[in-house]
Design a protein around this ligand. Structure first.
Ligand SMILES: Cc1ncc(COP(=O)(O)O)c(C=O)c1O
Length: 343
């Protein structure tokens, strides 16, 4: 009953096998390995973006912070949701790597930026001349931090506002595969066709050991990103192990298969929770992350039974939790937790 995070699951066997194969013999370092050529080609094919620059890093924070630094000047504002991972959970890395860009938090229901609030934030920013930060870029996340997924049309609505001001747009796709299989779009439709310039394409939370791709659709930005990655200490010398993970992840649609299982287990959990009287869901469940609210005493019962998850702040007299299913969550895991919650 491990539902604390999808990074609590292990490495998918096929990915581990790809790493073991990569362990044979020798390979050039620093991203010059043959597997990286194949990974780049495969990502370009999947995203229908033959000129895209593709780089690997080992953490989502590095992917986001370096992508943002490449696109936002130090005096720029990054518009993002109030709950965005870049705002709440990256210890100021985007601000640090960009040399001081300011995050401007824009609200909206269930983790998605509200276009009207975004238009207002754009209007209010940069109008004071030299004294204020200037409009810099947009950063959105899908799957969002509250477990919802933007449709390509919703992404386009936000990027259209940003692009009207000549602002580039970043997508934090730490759970890109989980979002993609929900909205039924192609990778291109969810990104550059919807106005996205740069993507953090997650692998770690969906069965890899630790690898994320940064996909930059304008190759003119590639060299700057390379320099920033090196300077940040994120150019791996034994890079072949990053490449091998990503190659194994993408082979034969494994990335989509793993995400489908995580989402399916999320849906099973949601269906079961809906049948328990004292439980309600704080946000709609689109993918593999759930935010239930339930009666006082449930945490103690679940903890005693061995369930692992994060409690969340709740209104008086209630308890809230975040539950995350992963590629390796089984029906038995879900059913065991539901049985405990039923009491
Ligand atoms: C939406 C989102 N973006 C980025 C990250 C950052 O990943 P990492 O912990 O690998 O730096 C996370 C991790 O929780 C995340 O949930």
């Amino acid at each position: 009953m491990f539902f604390a995070s999808d990074n609590g699951s292990g490495v998918a066997p096929a990915i581990l096998a790809a790493m073991t194969r990569a362990n044979d013999g020798y390979a050039r370092g620093y991203g010059a390995d043959d597997a990286m050529v194949r990974v780049r080609d495969e990502i370009r094919r999947l995203f229908e973006a033959p000129d895209a620059a593709v780089y690997l890093v080992a953490t989502g924070t590095a992917a986001n912070a370096l992508a943002i630094a490449t696109y936002c000047p130090p005096w720029g504002a990054v518009f993002c949701h109030t709950t965005a991972h870049i705002a709440e959970d990256e210890c100021g890395a985007p601000e640090f790597f960009s040399g001081g860009a300011k995050l401007i938090l824009v609200d909206g229901p269930h983790g998605k930026i509200d276009p009207e609030a975004m238009a207002l934030a754009l209007e209010k920013t940069g109008s004071g001349g030299v004294h204020g930060v200037q409009r810099g870029m947009l950063s959105i996340t899908t799957v969002t931090e509250t477990g919802t997924v933007y449709t390509p049309a919703e992404i386009t609505a936000l990027t259209t506002l940003a692009r009207a001001q000549n602002l580039p747009c970043h997508l934090d796709g730490a759970r890109f595969a989980n979002a993609l299989v929900v909205c039924g779009a192609t990778p291109a439709e969810m990104t550059w066709k919807a106005g996205i310039d740069v993507v953090s394409f997650g692998g770690t939370k969906n069965g890899c050991m630790g690898v994320e791709a940064v996909i930059i659709f304008d190759p003119a930005k590639a060299w700057e990103f390379e320099l920033r990655r090196k300077r940040a200490g994120h150019l791996f010398s034994k890079h072949r192990y990053l490449s091998a993970q990503m190659e194994g992840y993408l082979a034969d649609g494994l990335w989509l298969q793993l995400a489908r299982n995580a989402n399916l287990m999320g849906a099973r959990l949601a269906t079961g929770l809906a049948q328990i009287d004292h439980v309600s869901l704080v946000h709609p469940v689109h993918a593999n992350m759930l935010f239930p609210e339930w009666a006082i005493g449930t945490h103690a019962r679940a903890e005693a039974a061995g369930a692992v998850y994060y409690p969340f702040p709740a209104p008086k007299g209630r308890e809230r939790a975040r539950l995350v299913a992963s590629w390796s969550t089984t029906e038995a895991d879900v059913d065991a937790l539901l049985a405990v919650l039923r009491g």
